[in-house]
Design a protein around this ligand. Sequence first.
Ligand code: MG
Ligand code: ZN
Length: 357
Amino acid sequence: MKKLGVVFGCMLGILNAQAQQNADSVSAKPIPRKVKNVILMIGDGTGLAQWSAAQSKVPQKLHVFSLAEYLGLSLTSSSNNYITDSGAGATALSIGEKTFNYAIGVKSDSTPSFTLSELLHVKGKSTGLVASCGLTHATPASFYAHQPSRKMEKEIANDFYSGFIDVAIGGDYSLFDSSKLQKAGYDKFICSATPLQNIESTKFIAFYDTAKHPKKFMDGRGPFLRDASLCAIKNLNKNKNGFFLMIEGSQIDWGGHENDFNYVVSETLDFDSTIATVVEWAKKDGETLVIITADHETGGLALNGYDKNTKQAIGAWTTKQHTGIPVPVFAVGPGGELFGGVYENNEIFHKIMSLFP
Ligand code: MG
Ligand code: ZN
């Protein structure tokens, strides 16, 4: 599988030529409002209980609740398990097919399949990834890598050098080779040395610091996710053909695995404040669709009371793993009307791609 990324990169060239042919022959379908940019925001492990737990902590309505124009439900099972992992969950969104647990950018028969990032890159858009975890972790990896297991971090990092991701911000500093990044045309930044606000580049990778993952929000990460999202948008938006950006609130899931209510709530509120900033930008732009969803729920969280002393809901957990309950899909902006209803997770890919015939 080691050379798969390189071979697959070459195949992109063929796809490029095909896309040009299609553009010449296809008559445009009517779309109610023009969509130029798509921002897909994934709260890992974020079901309705996680959103509601966060809501119980703050007096004002959550941004995700007040800004959403359309609401749907995504059914999250993988091809081989009622309970998905984050590899299969993100891959269903990125390639449009359900696959087996632990898979990254490959179909259920282990063959690689083009991701949203690759397909929209071919259509002339810039592509970006922002995560509050390592960039080879399952969710971001599913948008650029093609490997049979999420555990193959080195091979996953190697797939990044095929170069169709223009902007990537997150962790896993030590897994990315400086000379290979340079060869693939990337500027490289460390946020502690170069503040995100100062980054001006159309092709770069930026690391939170040199650790594997950015800190927990509770431990002082600060508004990294928000600032990274704005930095990605600012630089991706230099492309007049538009962009596709995936933003992950990565650690909501980790709080769920630890059955740590305050970890979940703090990460969810951080994600929600990022949503506010992203949607504010998108509304000003007017041609940007924002989709906010999850790959699955984590922890089987129930809210079965309210604590008047801590002034928040009381959480009860049913598992330290993921669950099979459907997760909400919130959409705002042009094309958002496609996301109402109840559908399988992989349909989200097809809904997005239908906006770019
Ligand atoms: Mg994740
Ligand atoms: Zn998880």
